[in-house]
Design a protein around this ligand. Structure first.
Ligand code: ATP
Length: 465
């Protein structure tokens, strides 16, 4: 295939269409194609119906050279991809011994020797197709290419199960696209504490200049409820043009974006924020622990999603009930009664408690009212308090840098009341009050709380550099 590939994605499946399964295949394929310089035109989710699938395929083939279909390769009556693609290309289905053997071997790996007759359906594939190996599951992928509407269209069919589809796509589809000559340049920043429209105002002129010189440049704002990934993406047909971008724009863009977003930039990549945080903590040999009340472990989940998290993340106590706050993290009963579970004093105590229990270098705590019930005038729905205790592993100088940075995002500091573990000196405890809106849904308040914590930790990490 040449360097100007236009691609379409077809997700087959009622489950996905009706919201029972979240589509991860489309975004996975689209992200990889884009990174390789393929121009992804559109992605469709279509019901398990022959008519709809054929129609979608025709629609995509109108202006795409490559169509990736996922799903519908199984043995049941609603698995229609092979039939649809055969009809669309005008070829019959034929029994493929290799596809059958793949199925038999997949059963054998599970210790089963009797393969149901119904699985024979998975070996009935369009005549003349190229088979795509599936090292894990029962269904082989396949592809066909033919001239349609006066141009060549390649249709690649992969299973719906992501753990099968993803390695097959990476091993057998992506490398065949011959996109080496396409040069992709991209640059991303994670911007914390600044809304999209405020961001847009600051960079409007800059964006106009970039787009007038590089009309193919795509600028995007990916909002994550609390921080925004700001990206520039461009692809060039020649190394010379890409070099021109690198020479003339990369450094300038970097400087201009830095100048406009200043301290709001907490990371300079498009990695998950938790990854940025944990890598930075690991570089400084620091360990993090958490005490989560209203977020119920969601922040911890973000951390453990990162491979190698244990190098910087020790664990979390989900202290939802007040007794847990009291018994495991030593929050005094009086504090909980007088100040309430959602209070500055409680998050201070929670973070100091986590620092002590985990013997970590820093501990972050979250306690808030996620609603929809339980709000009062003093503690309305959406109110969330954050605490951050810094232990002995963090030097005086680092504390100063952290304090200076976090103050910009609403954090305030006090010297801890008790000596911190491993040291005779007292630590530093910071707290921050946020209101994420009394009308927001429970899961939105929780997500905002997690992202505020991540953004703050990323800001802290950048202050350590
Ligand atoms: P199998 O051979 O296992 O039947 P298949 O190719 O027929 O695979 P489907 O039956 O369409 O695939 O889907 C199997 C399972 O894969 C679904 O139940 C769902 O859990 C998952 N799946 C399918 N499509 C997607 C998708 N687009 N995103 C995420 N998961 C998906």
């Amino acid at each position: 295939m040449n360097s100007k590939i236009a691609a379409g994605i077809l997700i087959s499946g009622n489950e996905v269409l009706f919201g029972k399964t979240r589509d991860t295949n489309g975004p996975f394929v689209a992200a990889h194609l884009r990174r390789s310089g393929v121009s992804v035109q559109r992605s469709l989710v279509v019901a398990d119906e022959v008519f709809q699938l054929k129609r979608a395929l025709s629609y995509l083939a109108e202006d795409c050279d490559l169509v990736i279909i996922t799903g519908g390769l199984g043995p049941t009556v609603d698995d229609l991809t092979a039939e649809v693609v055969a009809q669309w290309f005008g070829v019959p289905l034929s029994f493929q011994e290799l596809a059958w053997q793949t199925c038999v071997q997949a059963f054998a790996r599970l210790g089963k020797t009797d393969v149901p007759e119904t699985n024979k359906k998975q070996a009935m594939l369009p005549l003349g197709c190229r088979l795509i190996p599936n090292p894990v599951g029962t269904a082989l992928g396949f592809e066909l290419e033919a001239s349609v509407h006066g141009k060549s269209v390649r249709v690649v069919c992969l299973p719906g199960v992501p753990s099968e589809m993803e390695p097959m796509f990476l091993a057998s589809v992506l490398p065949t696209l011959n996109t080496e000559e396409i040069q992709v340049v991209s640059r991303s920043w994670q911007v914390f504490g600044l809304g999209e429209s405020a961001m847009q105002q600051r960079v409007l002129e800059l964006e106009k200049q970039v787009c007038s010189l590089f009309p193919e440049a795509v600028i995007s704002y990916q909002a994550h409820l609390g921080y925004v990934t700001y990206s520039y993406f461009a692809k060039f047909d020649s190394a010379q043009m890409a070099q021109e971008w690198e020479n003339n724009w990369n450094v300038r863009l970097e400087k201009e974006v830095q100048a406009r977003f200043a301290h709001h930039i907490v990371a300079q990549n498009d990695q998950p924020l938790a990854q940025t945080v944990l890598s930075a903590l690991q570089r400084h040999s620091l360990k993090l622990s958490l005490a989560e009340s209203c977020t119920g472990g969601e922040l911890s989940k973000e951390c453990v999603a990162i491979p190698g998290a244990s190098r910087a993340f020790l664990g979390s106590i989900v202290c939802y009930d007040n007794q847990v706050k009291e018994m495991l993290l030593n929050v005094p009963k009086d504090t909980l009664q007088e100040k309430g579970a959602v209070s500055e004093q409680t998050v201070r105590d929670l973070s100091e408690g986590a620092l002590r229990v985990f013997q970590s270098d820093l501990a972050l705590s979250i306690s808030g009212v996620a609603g929809p019930e339980g709000g009062t005038e003093r503690h309305p729905v959406g109110l969330v308090w954050f605490g951050l205790a810094l232990g002995a592993g963090i030097s005086e100088q680092q504390r100063g840098q952290i304090l200076e940075k976090l103050r910009l995002f609403g954090w305030q500091a006090e010297v801890a009341r008790e000596p911190i573990p491993g040291s005779l000196s007292k630590g530093l405890v910071l707290t921050c009050r946020q209101n994420f809106g009394s009308r927001s849904a429970r899961h939105i308040i929780q997500k905002r709380a997690v992202n505020f914590a991540l953004g703050s930790l990323a800001a802290l990490s950048s202050a350590l550099q």
